[in-house]
Write a protein that binds this ligand. Structure first.
Ligand code: B12
Length: 313
């Protein structure tokens, strides 16, 4: 494809992504800048330090090279979807992290990305493409940073200068050679509010999360019958994920609109959950509530464990 066509196609793809409702879109070229190598080396160090806790799947070697995801991949179309809802999460009986308030974001993002992929294929019939949202062996934040839709903050989440870090990330990998955007520059400056606010000191150093100490890890991923004391002692009301490091971030204190995505509007039960009632719900009742939610990952017994461990019981 010549340069003019590539510029034209790049523009059309971005327009299509925005039309699908994504709030941010950017493009990176494979193999990317030297930062990709640095971040991949950081993954190596993170694993060596044991910061993945019991998430064995994080050790999958495929994660280290994007070529493993799609043969002949040339471009990465990175998208961000705002999931902010303008409702206070502080004065609640039980706190549930914002990413889980609406329908499962994996499904919401994949549906939209599929439409973008089909559009690309219509424009350029020989193109191969692949959708990656969270569960693929890809460093989502790293490629999003490379594609210019945000920078990796000290809490390790990607921050977009307009919608902060309340943003899901997804990617469409493609064998098409598209025009790359400038990678984002980190704008955290000297701020370390996220590091100071973490009650379990999970941010070992700027940008590096030790999952062994992270409330999100323990409430979502830990499959042990009991939570470690360091966690239960400091978890407050958090029973499903944790947003403390993002709540204190000045980039999330700007006026961020409530997402207009209908599927991300909060489930009623999530806004009204209270510990007394929730502890009485049967497995069946939990399953019904969690149907279509990303929080399904937390099994009913884990919900009970988390609620019982939270300090307000
Ligand atoms: C494993 C995982 C977790 C683990 C580990 C967290 C972690 N930070 O790694 C646990 C279960 C704890 C977790 C929690 C959460 N997660 Co999570 N998680 C992932 C997953 C699957 C992999 C992340 C990963 O590769 N970790 C490995 C380590 C090495 O990476 P890292 O901490 O990101 O470190 C990078 C940076 O530190 C950077 N780096 C290193 N040195 C330096 C130096 C400088 C100067 C800079 C700038 C950067 C930098 O390079 C490292 C390597 O990539 C991604 C999806 C994906 N496929 O990528 C989602 C993902 C990161 N999670 C997401 C979300 C929403 C969350 C939670 C907010 C959910 C919640 N509210 O409870 C919390 C946030 C906790 C936190 N502060 O990180 C979103 C984040 C969206 C965003 N805007 O960034 C993602 C991207 C999923 C998605 N596709 O939307 N998660």
């Amino acid at each position: 494809m010549d340069l003019t066509n590539s510029i034209e196609l790049t523009k059309k793809i971005k327009e299509e992504a925005l039309k699908e409702g994504f709030d941010a879109v950017g493009i990176a070229k494979v193999p990317g800048s030297s930062r990709i190598k640095l971040r991949s080396a950081a993954l190596e160090r993170w694993l060596e330090a044991g910061y993945q806790a019991k998430m064995k799947w994080m050790e999958n070697n495929r994660r280290k090279d994007i070529e493993n995801m799609l043969d002949g991949v040339k471009s990465v179309i990175a998208v961000g979807l705002n999931y902010h809802i303008d409702i206070d999460n502080k004065s609640r009986d039980l706190s549930i992290a914002r990413y889980g308030w609406g329908k499962d974001y994996h499904k919401v993002m994949k549906k939209k990305l599929k439409k973008v992929g089909q559009f690309l294929e219509k424009e350029s019939p020989n193109t191969q493409w692949k959708i990656c949202v969270d569960t693929s062996a890809l460093l989502d934040k790293v490629w999003a940073e490379e594609a210019g839709i945000g920078w990796i903050g000290k809490h390790s989440n990607l921050i977009n200068n307009k919608i902060g870090s309340w943003m899901f990330i997804g990617h469409l990998l493609s064998t098409e050679s598209l025009q790359a955007d400038e990678p984002s520059k980190p704008l955290c400056g000297n701020c370390e509010k996220c590091i100071d606010a973490c009650p379990t000191k999970a941010i070992e150093e700027p940008f590096i999360i030790n999952s062994n100490n992270c409330l999100a890890y323990h409430t979502l991923e830990n499959r042990d019958k009991e939570l470690p004391t360091n966690i239960s002692k400091n978890m407050g009301n958090w029973v499903a994920g944790c947003d403390i490091c993002q709540e204190v971030c000045p980039w999330n204190h700007q006026r961020i609109p409530t997402t207009s995505e209908p599927e991300l509007q909060p489930f009623e039960w999530i806004l009204n959950i209270n510990k007394k009632e929730a502890l009485l719900w049967t497995d069946e009742q939990w399953k019904e509530k969690l149907n279509g939610s990303a929080l399904k990952r937390i099994k009913p017994w884990m919900w009970r464990r988390n609620i019982n461990s939270s300090s307000n019981i």
